[in-house]
Write a protein that binds this ligand. Structure first.
Ligand code: GDP
Ligand code: IMO
Ligand code: MG
Length: 437
């Protein structure tokens, strides 16, 4: 103990990478527990911007134990490239371990992701096309290839052949694609296995050891609650559970190992990909926020859709995760807007009002936000380092969010850099703050 989970409380890209990096200073281990390289987590240190897709956001601390838990789907090429590039930049990656039970993204998963989206045409989900969905589908169908399988060529060949069999029809358009050659695939994955062997480990045990030694363990989520396959805006979701409960499953610990749950949330809302977004600003104002906030995807470079903060969705995310603290990022982006709108409830068809997040897809697709208008502030807040440095209107905005959600704001982001962060009085009370750095 203590185990601390960090999750996205919106549609992803909330700034989880930055918050994880900051809290990791006080942690012994950082564990990714779901998703794959659909994630893109950014850390800004000095003049350098780092983007991580698979490697946990604790890796910049030399030798820090960084674990890719069993719940993550791993594209071994992406992981190897990420490690090679980190080492080339002088980063000590010796603390990285990957669970032998992680499922592997295979070349056919990438092709199937692509084919699935193409088939959907205008109805497509807008996936990152990294093979995430097809890989989790194979895991559930018990046709998955795991990290440990790369270490045994015979088993690997058998498993790949079995996994390919039921996909023949779907893969027919790619029959001549060299990526689908069984022999070449086996050879390639055996090579990846050799390259990754020193990192492959029984990761649940590593986490248990750290918790039992009373060390702080951070569980770093990817994506966000609204992209959860069970609770999000299905089918416009990812194929895993990016909520706190999944940290247990995806790392191999129990609910009683979790002591604190931090939800990371932007001061406004963004979403990449298709699907309902009740507070979307499809206008010049949205364009302005996108420009100021540099809202372009870390993984795919796509323009992110922009909207006002949605407290209906955030209350829902808070309940799903049992959040104990909020980290509100990108407050600086709202500087200079005369008035700030916050969605407090939805209006659906026939003027129906929703205070709670509607479970029915059709209702959600027609829902639009109803707003409370708050006063904006004009000051640049990038240099603020304490709550008291913030303009009163910015403090009122944060208080409004905390009151509406019933969760204290522990941390405030006033810029992308590490030091552009404010620990609040509530933040100082958290377990992770009290752990020695
Ligand atoms: P993640 O996927 O949740 O880790 O978030 P991303 O890295 O995809 O996107 C968040 C972006 O916002 C990155 O470019 C961060 O550098 C940046 N960022 C994080 N916190 C802040 C903040 O408080 N203010 C500003 N202006 N940018 C921030
Ligand atoms: P991080 O960890 C934002 C979105 C995709 C798409 C949907 C399904 O950086 O916050 P997938 O490739 O997972 O099958 O795509 O989920 N998506 C993300 N959006 N941030 C992410 O990760 C995302 N990972 C997936 O855009 O709408
Ligand atoms: Mg991201």
């Amino acid at each position: 103990m203590p185990g601390i989970v960090i999750v996205g409380a919106q549609w992803g890209d909330e700034g989880k990478g930055k918050i994880t990096d900051l809290l990791a200073e006080r942690a012994d281990a950082v564990v990714r527990f779901q998703g794959g390289n659909n994630a893109g987590h950014t850390i800004v240190r000095g003049t350098r911007e780092w983007k991580f897709h698979l490697v946990p956001s604790g890796i910049l601390y030399p030798g820090k134990r960084c674990i890719i838990g069993n719940g993550v789907v791993v594209d071994p090429k992406v992981l190897i490239d990420e490690l090679v590039s980190l080492r080339a930049s002088g980063v000590d990656t010796s603390g990285l371990k990957v669970s032998a039970n992680c499922h592997l993204i295979m070349p056919y998963h990438l092709l199937l992701d692509h084919a699935g989206e193409t088939r959907l045409g205008t109805l497509q989900i807008g996936t990152t096309r990294r093979g995430i969905g097809p890989c989790y589908a194979d895991k559930a169908a018990r046709l998955g290839i795991r990290v440990q399988d790369m270490l045994d060529e015979k088993i690997l060949r058998k498993k790949i052949a079995a996994a390919l069999e039921p996909k023949r029809l779907a893969l027919r358009p790619y029959a001549r694609d060299p990526a689908l050659d069984l022999h070449a695939m086996v050879e390639q994955y055996v090579t990846y296995g050799h390259q990754l062997e020193p990192q492959i480990a029984d990761c649940a045990r590593l986490v248990w050891d750290a918790l039992e030694a009373d060390r702080v363990v951070l569980f770093e989520g990817a994506q966000g609650a609204m992209l959860d396959i069970d609770h999000g805006t299905y089918p416009f979701v990812t194929s895993s559970n990016p909520i706190a409960g999944a940290a247990c499953v995806g790392a191999g610990v129990g609910p009683r190992d979790i002591d604190e749950i931090w939800g990371v949330c932007k001061a406004y809302a963004t979403r990449v990909g298709a699907g309902p977004f009740p507070t979307e600003l499809d206008d010049e104002l949205g364009e302005e926020i996108r420009r100021v906030g540099h809202e372009y995807g870390t993984t795919t470079g796509r323009a992110r859709r922009i909207g006002w903060l949605d407290l209906v969705a955030l209350r829902y995310a808070s309940r799903l995760n049992t959040l104990s603290a909020l980290a509100i990022t990108k407050l600086d982006v709202l500087s200079g807007f005369e008035r700030i709108l916050v969605c407090t409830r939805y209006r659906g068809e026939d003027e129906a009002i929703f205070d709670h997040f509607p479970y029915h897809q059709s209702v959600l697709h027609h829902a639009v936000g109803e707003y409370v208008e708050l006063e904006g502030w004009s000051e640049d807040i990038g240099e603020c380092r304490a709550e008291s440095d913030l303009p009163q209107a910015a403090r009122d905005y944060l208080a409004f969010i905390a009151d509406s959600i019933g969760v204290p704001v522990a941390m405030i982001g006033v810029g992308p850099a590490r030091e552009q962060t404010i620990w609040t009085a509530a933040g100082a009370e958290t377990l992770v703050a009290q752990a020695a750095a």
